[in-house]
Design a protein around this ligand. Structure first.
Ligand code: MN
Length: 264
């Protein structure tokens, strides 16, 4: 009898666990395209979504809008991940500077299509590093192609050599902005792995955090609390159990839940 009740209890716990996971919002994560033969994401994004209470799903690279639409039907929010430089000539009409890094035209096409479709659906979107820059470019903004050669007098190292769970430069965050509300801080040390940055903001967006050299470190869509980007890598901390930036992911998961509930 005791064995039976233990069995029933275990069964109930299992059912409860499955039910809980199946009601969690699903967060789509945009992929890298390694030389055209793989589609992959860093585990740090996956782990951060899980820690924030979401269910992670990798969105594989495709140029087929119908296929992408079908994938977007199955997720409640999207994270646009970090990666290569965006082709300046094609996407914001600038000749490439000598210091521009590597570009992946196929990934540019995929990412621009993905973010436009997601925002069109009023889906929550978090852009990280390249994803944050891409958000600005997709909606009409431009980029600094190379901080060391274009930001006169910058004395901040934006390409740190320290590990990604360690903050190396300060950012000042606008009070009342999404990032400020998400992490509860107006000043914090962030990690930094970029040589590009937002230059002219896309219409309808505002910059909400800056490094001390003036480089934009966060943007958000004005009048929306669902579309926002950060230049640093919050997942570098969150995936390692450091909770300074977990609010960024928790906010995304909360908005993803609201998006899904509104669809019902
Ligand atoms: Mn930086």
């Amino acid at each position: 009898m005791k064995r039976l009740s233990t069995l029933v209890t275990l069964l109930l716990v299992a059912i409860l666990a499955i039910a809980q996971n199946s009601t969690k919002p699903v967060i789509g994560i945009s992929s890298n395209w390694g030389e055209g033969t793989s589609t992959s994401v860093s585990l740090t994004y996956v782990q951060s979504v899980i820690r924030a209470g979401g269910v992670p799903m990798v969105i594989p690279l495709t140029q087929d809008p119908e296929l992408l639409a079908a994938m977007l039907e199955r997720v409640d929010a999207v994270i646009m991940t970090g990666g290569e430089d965006i082709d300046p000539l094609k996407w914001y009409g600038e000749e490439p500077l000598p210091a521009m890094g590597s570009i992946v035209p196929d990934r540019d096409e995929f990412d621009i299509l993905l973010i436009k479709m997601a925002v069109e659906k009023n889906m929550p979107v978090l852009g990280i590093c390249r994803g944050h820059q891409l958000m600005n470019v997709a909606f009409g903004g431009t980029l600094i192609q190379d901080i060391p050669s274009q930001v006169k007098g910058s004395k901040v190292k934006h390409s740190q050599r320290a590990t990604s769970s360690y903050g190396t430069h300060t950012i000042n965050i606008e009070k009342g902005s999404l990032l400020n509300k998400q992490i509860g801080l107006e000043k914090v040390a962030v990690n930094s792995f970029h040589h590009q940055a937002v230059k002219d903001l896309a219409p309808g967006f505002k910059a909400t955090a800056f490094a001390v050299d003036g480089v934009v470190e966060a943007i958000e869509k004005i009048g929306s609390n669902r579309v926002f980007g950060v230049q640093f890598h919050p997942e570098g901390f969150t995936s390692k159990g450091i909770d300074t930036f977990i609010g960024v992911f928790q906010h995304l998961v909360k908005e993803a839940g609201a998006y899904r509930d509104a669809k019902k």
